[in-house]
Design a protein around this ligand. Structure first.
Ligand code: PLP
Length: 393
């Protein structure tokens, strides 16, 4: 059978091979430490689970509007007002089955065949593939390590063509954890305004920020930037609700309306019990979101220096999310392995530590380690990585 060229152009996730291998080694009885996780290691807070359970007992087990329950949109609108100081009406918000679904609906909605989306690298693995599935063309610009992985106005200007439709910003970023300041966002925003490029702001790690920094959304900087931006967010990372599949997009009501039309013919509404859980997540607060953030920050502060001290490793200090993205080029060059991918596979085979190679994030000299795992496990993993590196030093 001949398959759709949009689908055959997609590269399989680089994390899959390593995850499959880690699973196989675990099944064989090996003590594998997985640092590949893209989700918090805490359970969903109890009050959210209870609210969802109660909603089902109350009979809320049927279809909802495709774009989500009005009560949940209201809770999301309140969250935007409280956290970002921006107002969205109900028809400017769509609730989706996760932030990933939001992004995929968005690209399907805005892209004509061949239109371009500017993606700063290192990037979250799904952006380019989602753009391609929607018929678009990903255009990469490199956030250089010496610039803390951030892209500049000049880099954006260099790749703008008459086909440029959107620019993706993910701050704090997966995989680097770095965050753009308000001043940097304004400069980038002005370029997008000048060339009428839609800004897609993925703010899924907004609640996981460390030190004295605080989150700034590019949409809160000015009315013009709010108009030019669609925000994608969700409860997966903030409330440890990855399995519930609730995300959302806020922005121009025509875009939201078209996304809702696509959703109404594809997925329909996100699971109703998850939507009730998300209402509770935003309307109540038992301190869990802050406690989880504090736990991540403590881990980051304990492990960052140890990781950076491994010979041949250098790591930009993250300001948010729960990943470390060290450059391991020197360590790989000293080893007998020809690429970071091979080095990562050998680390798993020899020391039973699973990390994600940077190639899938557009950064082949780096690896991604997630500290959404216990401190004991992480420190044990660092010891094993060090032993592996020392072997070839
Ligand atoms: N955006 C980024 C940058 C992510 O890292 C992830 C999840 O890993 C998502 C979006 C998707 O989140 P969700 O679980 O809400 O689909």
């Amino acid at each position: 059978m001949e398959f759709s060229s949009r689908v055959t152009s997609i590269t399989p996730s680089s994390t899959l091979a390593i995850t499959a291998k880690a699973k196989q080694l675990k099944a064989e009885g090996h003590d594998v430490i997985g640092l590949g996780a893209g989700e918090p290691d805490f359970n969903t807070p109890q009050y959210i689970i209870e609210a969802s359970y109660q909603s089902m007992l109350d009979g809320h087990t049927k279809y909802t509007p495709a774009a989500g329950l009005p009560a949940l949109k209201g809770a999301i609108a309140q969250k935007f007002k409280a956290d970002q100081g921006i107002e969205y009406a109900a028809d400017e918000i769509i609730v989706t089955s996760g932030a990933k679904h939001s992004l995929s609906l968005l690209f399907q909605t805005i892209l004509q065949e061949g239109e371009e989306v500017i993606i700063p690298s290192p990037y979250w693995v799904s952006y380019p593939e989602q753009v391609k599935v929607a018929g678009g063309v990903p255009v990469f610009i490199e956030g250089k390590e010496e610039q803390n992985f951030k892209v500049t106005k000049e880099q954006i200007e260099q790749v703008i063509t008459d086909k440029t439709k959107a620019f993706i910003i993910n701050s704090p970023s997966n995989p680097t954890g770095v965050m753009y300041s308000k001043e940097e966002l304004k400069i980038i925003g002005d370029v997008c305004l000048e060339h009428d490029i839609l800004i897609v702001s993925d703010e899924i790690y907004e609640k996981l920020i460390y030190g004295r920094e605080s989150h700034v959304s590019i949409a809160e900087i000015s009315d013009a930037l709010k108009e030019q931006t669609v925000i994608v967010n969700g409860v997966s990372k903030s409330h440890s609700m990855t399995g519930w599949r609730i995300g959302y997009t806020a922005g121009n009501k025509e875009i939201i309306n078209k996304m809702s039309n696509v959703a109404s013919h594809t997925t329909s509404n996100p699971a109703v019990m998850s939507q009730y859980g998300a209402i509770a997540a935003y309307q109540e607060d038992d301190g869990s979101v802050g406690n989880m953030r504090d736990a991540f920050e403590e881990r980051l502060n304990k492990v960052y220096d140890q990781l950076n001290g491994i010979p041949g490793f250098s790591c930009v200090k993250p300001q948010g999310a729960f990943y470390l993205f060290p450059n391991v080029k020197e360590a790989v060059e000293k080893s007998p392995f020809n690429s970071t991918d091979e080095w990562v596979t050998a680390l798993l085979e020899e020391e039973k530590v699973a990390v994600v190679p940077g190639s899938g994030f557009g950064s082949p000299d780096n690896i991604r380690l997630s500290y959404a795992t216990s401190l004991d496990q992480f420190e044990e993993a660092l010891g094993r990585i060090r032993r592996f590196v020392d072997k070839y030093n």
